[in-house]
Design a protein around this ligand. Structure first.
Ligand SMILES: Nc1ncnc2c1ncn2[C@@H]1O[C@H](COP(=O)(O)OP(=O)(O)OP(=O)(O)O)[C@@H](O)[C@H]1O
Length: 251
C-alpha cells in the first residue's frame, strides 16, 4: 500500500489543548473560594483534567497512552474522538475515527444487538448493504449469535465489549481508539482482539491504545504518551515511556 507517502502525513494535531471539568455537580462555592484571589483561571470547583497538551500523530503510528488512574488518558482519547472539545487550544483530526472508549461503545441500551450494529456502522458511513455483508462475521467474532435480538442493556459487561469491539474493528475508519475496556473480556476473547488489532496495524491504521499492561503496550505500540496530573510529561518511544513510568510509580 501507500506506506511511504502515508508515513509523513499528520492525521492528528493537538495544540496546547486543555479541558476543564467540574469536580462535583453542584459545584457550590466554598468559604475558601470566596477569598481566593482574582484572576483564577478556573472557576470554583473546576479543575484542568488536561492542560498544555501538544503532539502530532502521523498515519500508521501506534501510540500507547500511560499514566495512573485519573490522569487524563480517557479524556485524551475523547478529545481525539471529538466527543469532547477542548476549553483551550485546538484538536484537529483529519481522518475518521473508530472509538472503543467506553464499555457501551456508544451503543443504545434499549435497542437490540442487531439494531445497534446497523446504527453504529451506519453512523460511520457504511451502507445497509455493506453492513448486511459483514453482519454475520461481526456476530461470529463476538460469539453472541444467541443474543442478536436481545436488548443491548441485557448483555453482560463482557458481551457488551465483545460486540462493541467486533463492530468498531470492522469499520473502515483509519484511526482506531481502544481504551482499557478490553480488560473486561475473557482471555480467549482478548487474544482474538489483539490479533485483530495487529491485523489493523499491518493494514496501516493509526492506533491509540490505553492500557495498564506493560506487555500489551510493548506488543502494539511504537510510541508512548505519558500523562501525569493532566500534563503530557513524556512523548517518546514506548520502551522509554514505560521505563520512565515504572521509575516514577513502578513497584
Ligand atoms: N465528564 C466529567 N466530568 C467531571 N470530571 C471528569 C469527567 N470525565 C473525567 N473527569 C475527571 O477527569 C480526570 C481524568 O479522568 P480520565 O478518565 O481521563 O482518567 P484516566 O487517566 O483515563 O483514568 P483511569 O486509568 O482510571 O481510566 C479524573 O479526575 C476524572 O474524575
Amino acid at each position: 500500500m501507500a506506506a511511504t507517502s502515508d508515513a509523513a502525513r499528520v492525521v492528528i494535531a493537538v495544540r496546547d489543548a486543555g479541558i476543564r471539568f467540574k469536580r462535583n455537580r453542584s459545584s457550590r462555592r466554598s468559604f475558601k473560594d470566596l477569598f481566593a484571589g482574582r484572576g483564577r483561571r478556573t472557576r470554583p470547583g473546576e479543575f484542568w483534567a488536561l492542560r498544555n497538551v501538544s503532539f502530532e500523530v502521523r498515519a500508521g503510528e501506534a501510540i500507547g497512552v500511560v499514566g495512573r488512574n485519573g490522569q487524563g488518558k480517557s479524556t485524551l482519547l475523547k478529545l481525539v474522538a471529538q466527543v469532547v472539545y477542548p476549553d483551550e487550544g485546538a484538536v484537529a483530526v483529519h481522518e475518521g475515527v473508530a472509538p472503543l472508549i467506553e464499555i457501551t461503545g456508544g451503543f443504545v441500551n434499549d435497542l437490540s444487538v442487531r439494531d445497534n450494529v446497523y446504527l453504529t456502522a451506519g453512523l460511520h458511513g457504511m451502507t445497509k448493504r455493506e453492513i448486511d455483508q459483514r453482519f454475520d462475521e461481526i456476530i461470529e467474532f463476538a460469539e453472541i449469535a444467541d443474543f442478536v435480538d436481545t436488548p443491548y442493556k441485557h448483555l453482560s459487561s463482557g458481551m457488551k465489549v465483545r460486540i462493541a469491539f467486533a463492530v468498531i474493528s470492522r469499520l473502515e475508519e483509519p484511526i482506531i481508539l481502544v481504551d482499557e475496556v478490553l480488560a473486561v473480556g475473557d482471555k480467549a476473547f482478548r487474544d482474538k482482539c489483539y490479533t485483530r488489532i495487529e491485523e489493523l496495524l499491518a493494514g496501516g491504521r493509526t492506533l491509540f491504545f490505553v492500557s495498564h499492561s506493560e506487555r500489551d503496550l510493548l506488543r502494539f505500540c511504537t510510541r508512548g504518551l505519558y500523562l501525569d496530573k493532566g500534563a503530557l510529561v513524556l512523548d517518546a518511544p514506548i520502551q522509554e515511556v514505560v521505563d520512565r513510568y515504572n521509575a516514577d510509580y513502578g513497584v
